[in-house]
Design a protein. Structure first.
Ligand code: CUA
Length: 116
């Protein structure tokens, strides 16, 4: 398992530049920071059929990264880089939800994955 110092998330590549990066034909790397109480980036938009390699970490507390209706259901633990690969075969507008209680803003911690 890959590790990262939570204090250094903001300054350590790739997490100093969260975002979606194309790494092949319809293949992407999603670098995501889950923090109180948002995801960076907030929205990920990929084409139908895209394979996405998620890399997610947290600089503060344990968060979830679940995309209902898909196989993506990750626990994001400070100090660790959680990796998961998924392929999105259908057009959809998915929400990304935090399914680990993380504090007062937990309910509002939402992201979005658009497959178009
Ligand atoms: Cu983040 Cu709940």
């Amino acid at each position: 398992m890959k590790t990262i110092s939570p204090e250094a998330v903001r300054t350590t590549p790739p997490f100093d530049h969260p975002g979606l990066y194309q790494v092949g034909p319809n293949e992407y790397r999603a670098v995501v920071v889950a923090r109180m109480f948002m995801y960076q980036p907030t929205t990920l938009t990929v084409p139908v059929g895209a394979t996405v390699h998620f890399e997610v970490t947290s600089p503060d507390v344990v968060h979830g990264f679940e995309i209902p209706g898909t196989n993506v259901n990750l626990m994001v633990v400070p100090g660790h880089i959680t990796e998961y690969t998924a392929t999105f075969h259908n057009k959809a507008d998915h929400i990304i939800v935090c399914n680990e209680y993380c504090g007062s803003g937990h309910q509002a911690m939402l992201g979005r994955l658009v497959v178009k």
